[in-house]
Design a protein around this ligand. Structure first.
Ligand code: FES
Length: 107
């Protein structure tokens, strides 16, 4: 059985924007931010900044990074790691796009 789940269409996320999906049971769901870059790369990162939990989905996407709206830490979207000199890491999820549909792997 595949552990990839269909979540939304690529077109539903603006370039350099994000949408949030909730994974897991109600009340315990994890908010995952799905980012689309200017070049249509897609990344899935827990919507929780490693600094103080700010909503990364509301940050500014630039290149392969997002700047947290709370205190401007920059987070690498591929690894979830804070860009130096800041330290910390947000959880990331494997994602892929097929026929304009975004899938996440729950591992
Ligand atoms: S909560 Fe993200 S930079 Fe502080």
């Amino acid at each position: 059985m595949s552990d990839w789940i269909e979540i939304l269409k690529l077109d539903h996320i603006p370039r350099q924007g994000a949408r949030v999906v909730e994974l897991g049971p109600a009340g315990e769901a994890t908010r995952v931010a799905i980012f689309r870059t200017a070049t249509d790369q897609v990344y899935a990162v827990k919507d929780h900044c490693p600094h103080r939990g700010g909503p990364l989905s509301q940050g500014i996407v630039h290149g392969g990074q997002v700047t947290c709206p709370m205190h401007n830490w920059k987070i690498d979207l591929a690894s979830g790691a804070a860009v130096l000199p800041d330290k910390g890491c947000a959880r990331t999820y494997d994602s892929k796009v097929e026929d304009g549909q975004i899938f996440l792997r729950l591992a």
